[in-house]
Design a protein around this ligand. Structure first.
Ligand code: ADP
Ligand code: MG
Ligand code: ZN
Length: 617
């Protein structure tokens, strides 16, 4: 947690003396007014005559004679025992009377005693009644105000910089642990060493080793970089100073190199501790003008950061973690040994990883037995953050439906929500349009199913989504795939053209519904030619480079304009071939097309199994 305070306003402290006097007043009030009243309420005042007549009437059970008062318990008209008090009178016959009188007690005798007047010292009384409670109260109050003070300043775990009042607060107790980070085993393993070092540095220093001063977490957004950094702090149980790159810029850039030096100096005093710089690309950009022009101030700050990382003592137990999703724009100098010399790659989760992440997040919600496999298979390419979102959406959906547990079905629905946008309710689609949409989607599915290598369809729906997709074919890969063969890519393109082909052949029209298919098919075909060396003509010549591998992967052509034109015709040829293949498959299976589309039109949803059943009948 980090805050920048504009002015240093003194935390409002509660004066302990005020509390002390408040306590005294409270005790006086209780002792003087409340307690006696409470006690008196149960005792009925009465006169001596009534007492005597009760004694003679044989109603008294117990009598207790004090210096000035007589307390006695007697049965009233309803035979309930009531305690009375009356003033004591110098009555010499009282004892006789009590001895002779009858009583409802078992042995028929009144039990009576006279208390021995206790010579209570007024000083002791005063001590017990006033001083001791006051003292206890004072100690109690001291403790509370101390707790409040430490909370305000985070137990002294704060680094403050100069007069500007800029402060970095440490989170004293990070609750995140490695158990919260699913998958990412390599990352955890690499960081476990750092945790171990922070736990017992002697083990490493005794042999003369000093630990990496910094580790850089690299990977696409939402893969858990911030999460794992917190987990390191949680595991190591050390103060965790977290600052984002932009806050760092705001705090340190333009403040002079001394500030950065100060940061490291203070960190060393707080050692062992972790400093986490999130989104470090904000400061760590390459020191040249290629990315948005030079920035002298920023460069100097970066320089200072680098120098300080070199200079500070790695055996002290200060570990610097940083995270970024754009490693390619970082200054190479940051990676030099002695700086961020560990680079920890966080990847998008694979099938097993996705299952594990879903499991971690399902632990936080109530759910029935969930088929994780289906959900994990349907979510290829999603990040941990998206999976967390899917689970949360599913929980929200369950609540909306008035259920108190998540089902597999909820999760499946929410995969579609997160990937394809929520179901669009109330959007009216004409019957004619619905028919076109159904045949379009079935067209994709048919082409996919008829090509053995294509992934079987999991589910097709023609319930429109808010994202604008009118129908949706959920493809579920049967296994984790890292390599794609040329055939598979061609099949994929054919599947994508299948929707349009069905429109043409069956509905005898073409619609705008295929725009996304066109975009995707073109992208794949182009990549085949320019990046994967899958065309005859260009063999293994690379025609494109990828920038920003972790952020969508824009690419730019590296060939001449003439070649670019030829690439276009090559791409066109691939798509044309795929399109005619799709058209052929649909014409060959036109009967099945009608059957499955009929089913879909009626039910609005068809699962892969239902589809295959009709197909194989
Ligand atoms: P990043 O910093 O890489 O962009 P975050 O660490 O902020 O991603 O992740 C965002 C959220 O996504 C986390 O709070 C967590 O709920 C979820 N998440 C991401 N990766 C994982 C993972 N490997 N295991 C469990 N949850 C994850
Ligand atoms: Mg992050
Ligand atoms: Zn389509």
């Amino acid at each position: 947690m980090m805050k920048k305070e504009e002015q240093q306003n003194q935390p409002r402290r509660n004066n302990p003396y005020f509390g002390f006097f408040l306590g005294i007043l409270l005790i006086m009030f209780l002792n003087g007014l409340v307690f006696p009243r409470l006690l008196e309420q149960q005792i009925v005042n009465t006169d001596y005559g009534t007492f005597i007549s009760l004694v003679d009437g044989g109603k008294i059970k117990q009598v207790k004679i004090e210096e000035n008062r007589i307390y006695f318990s007697a049965l009233n008209e309803e035979s309930k025992e009531v305690t009375y008090q009356t003033g004591a009178i110098n009555d010499s016959e009282l004892v006789d009377r009590l001895l002779k009188a009858e009583s409802p007690n078992e042995n028929g005798k009144i039990v009576f005693t006279k208390t021995i007047p206790r010579e209570s010292s007024p000083i002791l009384n005063f001590l017990l009644m006033w001083v001791l409670p006051g003292f206890l109260f004072y100690i109690f109050w001291r403790q509370i105000s101390k707790m409040m003070q430490t909370r305000m300043s985070d137990g002294g775990n704060v680094m403050s910089f100069g007069k500007s009042g800029a402060k970095i607060y440490a989170e004293s107790e990070v609750k995140t642990t490695f158990a919260d980070v699913a998958g990412q085993e390599e990352g955890k393993e690499a960081l476990a060493e750092i945790v171990d070092f922070l736990h017992n540095p002697e083990k490493y220093t005794s042999i003369g080793a000093s630990l990496p001063k910094g580790a850089l977490l690299v990977g696409p957004p939402g893969t858990g970089k911030t999460l794992i950094a917190r987990a390191v702090a949680g595991e190591a149980k050390v103060p965790f100073f977290s600052i984002s790159g932009s806050e760092f810029v705001q705090m340190f850039v333009g403040m002079g190199a001394a500030k950065v030096r100060d940061l490291f100096k203070q960190a060393t005093e707080k050692a062992p501790c972790i400093i986490f710089i999130d989104e470090i690309d904000a400061i760590g950009k390459k020191r040249d003008n290629a990315f948005g022009g030079g920035n002298d101030e920023r460069e100097q700050t970066l320089n200072q950061l680098l120098t300080e990382m070199d200079g500070f003592d790695g055996r002290k137990g200060v570990v610097i973690l940083a995270a970024t999703n754009r490693p390619e724009i970082l200054d190479k100098a940051l990676f030099r040994p002695g700086r961020f010399d560990r680079r920890i790659q966080m990847e998008l989760p694979d099938l097993e990883g996705r299952k594990a992440i879903l499991e971690v997040h399902l632990k936080k919600v109530k759910h029935e037995k969930v088929n994780l496999d289906i959900v994990a298979r349907a979510t290829a390419g999603t990040s941990g953050a998206e999976l967390a979102n899917i689970v949360n959406e599913a929980a929200l959906k369950a609540v909306r439906m008035g259920r108190n547990k998540i089902t597999t079905n909820d999760l499946e629905e929410c995969v579609e929500v997160v990937i394809a946008g929520a179901q669009k309710k109330g959007k009216v689609i004409s019957e004619k349009e619905k028919k076109i949409i159904a045949y379009h989607e079935i067209g994709h599915a048919m082409v996919a199913a008829k090509q053995t290598n294509s992934a079987p369809v999991h589910k097709i729906t023609i319930v429109p989504r808010t994202s604008g997709a009118l129908g949706y074919t959920m493809q579920v890969d049967s296994g984790e795939q890292n390599l794609m063969s040329k055939e598979e890519m061609l099949n994929r393109i054919a599947t994508l053209t299948g929707g349009r082909a069905a429109e043409e052949i069956i509905c005898e029209t073409v619609t705008t519904g295929a725009s996304n298919d066109i975009e995707q098919a073109t992208k794949i075909a182009r990549a085949m030619v320019t990046r994967y060396g899958m065309s005859e003509k260009y063999d293994m010549m690379g025609l494109e480079t990828t920038n920003n591998a972790y952020l969508g992967g824009d690419s730019s052509l590296t060939c001449s304009a003439d070649t670019a034109a030829e690439v276009d015709s090559e791409v066109l040829q691939i798509i044309k071939n795929a399109h005619s293949k799709a058209a052929r498959l649909i014409t060959e299976n036109i009967e099945k097309m009608h059957q499955t589309a009929g089913f879909l039109l009626e039910k609005e949803t068809i699962t892969g199994d239902e589809f295959m059943e009709i197909l194989n009948k």
